[in-house]
Design a protein around this ligand. Structure first.
Ligand code: ZN
Length: 255
């Protein structure tokens, strides 16, 4: 009696992802094969709960299908696979444009004067607000696929970072993790990466956009942590280890 009630409640708290859709998502995101079979089951269930809790809305004329929503939900849930849906608390929607979109922005110059303007973006995460994505980017095309990036993981890593304020590259760490070790690891890697960008190093571990600020460095290294962890570990092992302590992956390819 209790178990059937529990099963009923669990089904009700999710939007099921049908088998053919799940298979198509696995084919479209080959790096998911790094996850263990238990992790894949958990990821599917988490994405089904994500679909129940968050509205994924088309904008700019985009009509979203259930398959498109499921693909975004699965990618969004990769960073919280071992953290839980509660890490995405406090906001309710994902807005998806067909392609890059124009967003207003403000910045303060060194004299304290506030300027405003517009810029073209493929993704944006608002503090306490929605995540905005380009569907073109969310499919992998147009988002540095040759460099292993992932737009959805990038924007949702910002959301985790924002759980304790600004997206500054320091999300709330788990008990037992050291803020000093995190800062030391990320600062050394960030400075090395910025140096390489400044000196037009021919070989960059990932997109030069990571040199924008420490918040972007965290988001870009998070993309790599999931899509090509070996490359990240080879270049910045201390950052890889801190991300492993934070995201707590258990896949078969993980050390
Ligand atoms: Zn970013």
């Amino acid at each position: 009696m209790l178990s059937s009630l529990t099963q009923w409640w669990r089904r009700r708290a999710r939007v099921p992802i049908p088998d053919p859709v799940w298979s198509a998502i696995l084919r479209s995101l080959p790096w998911l094969r790094d996850l263990g079979s238990d992790e894949l089951i958990k990821l599917r269930e988490l994405a089904e709960r994500f679909l129940k809790h968050k509205d994924i809305l088309g904008a700019g004329g985009l009509v979203l299908t259930d398959e498109m929503r499921a693909s975004i939900a699965v990618q969004a849930c990769v960073p919280i696979l071992h953290l839980g849906l509660d890490w995405y608390r406090g906001w309710y929607s994902v807005v998806v444009y067909p392609d890059d979109f124009i967003a207003p922005f403000e910045y303060t110059d060194e004299d304290g004067v506030v300027h405003s303007g517009e810029r073209e973006l493929s993704g944006e995460a608002w503090p306490d607000g929605p995540v905005v994505l380009s569907w073109h980017g969310a499919q992998g095309s147009g988002w540095e696929t040759s460099l292993g990036g992932n737009l959805v993981i990038h924007e949702f890593a910002h959301k985790l970072d924002m759980q304790n304020g600004d997206a500054n590259g320091l999300p709330p760490l788990h008990a037992g993790m050291s803020i000093k070790t995190w800062r030391d690891s990320f600062t050394a890697a960030y400075e090395d990466f910025c140096n390489r960008v400044a000196h037009h190093d021919d070989w960059l571990a990932f997109d030069a956009y990571a040199a924008e600020d420490p918040g972007e460095f965290f988001a870009v290294t998070s993309e790599w942590f999931f899509t090509d962890p070996r490359a990240l570990r080879a270049q910045y092992p201390a950052v890889h280890d801190q991300l492993a302590a934070f995201y707590r992956p258990q896949g078969r390819s993980r050390p």
